[in-house]
Design a protein around this ligand. Structure first.
Ligand code: AMP
Length: 267
């Protein structure tokens, strides 16, 4: 995990209590604090082979790269960062409107294997090693298949997406046979925790059922308060739901609402 996956990967290790022994160190390999784990920083594109060949026990890289290499590795844990999708795209002014319209067209990509596997129609592949998005302007190809996250690169290069072939995120991959279960457990506790928030609120006792229905949790904690007419409700909620939960909770009488981050979540 070098390049764009480096920072979020190191920060995941830090949060799992496995930061570099000497914080701030920029070298290409480092031992971790608190655990017998050595971290090697290499290019995301090289990791599928390193893991497959057992050079390392496990590695963090994009699902796209593992699939493109056809590497025989085990996906142990999706990590919730490095999200992107592999899209087919054409110049704004192109007559093509759907992916199927690309039948027989020339398509430039650094993902020949995924393109061949996932394109619903036959295309003529133009292999390039980088800067795929300029290929149509250079007259090298009529369309491209490339990774997109925000869509800014496509827009800047006057390209329009025709649709997605594959969605990807960073994941931890294990070498077949390697036992990295403890590391996976530590990372999972952090990944799960990041995806949740701890919600605390006060409410009139008689509205507890409505509040629990809004939260949708199977077993929120309902705690008595000094005022016998009130209770406190505590529950773990998905972080992505918080935005739409708040107005609904207020509408059913919740007040003094607190939302706090969770540090680790163990099953
Ligand atoms: P790197 O070559 O080290 O920058 O990492 C490339 C990996 O980062 C890709 O294989 C993807 O898994 C992931 N990624 C996430 N967003 C993007 C993006 N917009 N463009 C390219 N790669 C991305």
């Amino acid at each position: 995990m070098k390049g764009r996956l480096r920072e979020p990967s190191v920060s995941l290790l830090e949060d799992a209590g496995l930061g570099p022994e000497q914080p701030g160190e920029r070298s290409l390999s480092f031992p971790c604090r608190n655990a017998p784990v050595d971290v090697l920083l290499v290019r995301a594109a090289d990791i599928p082979e390193y893991v497959q060949d057992g050079v390392v026990d496990c590695g963090i890289t994009g699902q796209d790269l593992v699939r493109e290499r056809g590497a025989r590795v085990d996906e142990l844990l999706p990590l919730g960062f490095g999200s992107c999708h592999l899209d087919a795209a054409v110049p704004e002014e192109s007559p093509f409107l759907t992916i199927e319209d690309l039948a027989g067209a020339t398509v430039a990509t650094v993902y020949p294997r995924l393109t061949r596997e996932l394109m619903p129609v036959e295309v003529e592949l133009v292999d390039v090693t980088g800067s795929v998005e300029v290929a149509p302007r250079l007259g090298l190809a009529e369309g491209i298949v490339d990774l997109v996250s925000s869509g800014n690169t496509l827009r800047t290069n006057g390209l329009r997406s025709l649709g997605t072939l594959f969605t990807s995120e960073a994941a931890l991959f294990g070498s077949p046979g390697a036992d990295v279960s403890q590391l996976v457990a530590m990372m999972r506790a952090v990944v799960e925790a990041r995806a949740h928030r701890y919600l605390m609120l006060d409410a009139p006792k008689e509205r507890v059922d409505e509040i629990c229905a809004v939260i949708g949790s199977r077993s929120p904690s309902v705690l008595p308060l000094a005022d016998p007419a009130l209770v406190a409700v505590h529950a773990l909620v998905p972080a992505k739901d918080v935005w739409q939960l708040l107005p609904k909770l207020e509408a059913v009488g919740a007040f003094s609402i607190l939302i706090v981050p969770v540090e680790r979540m163990l099953a």
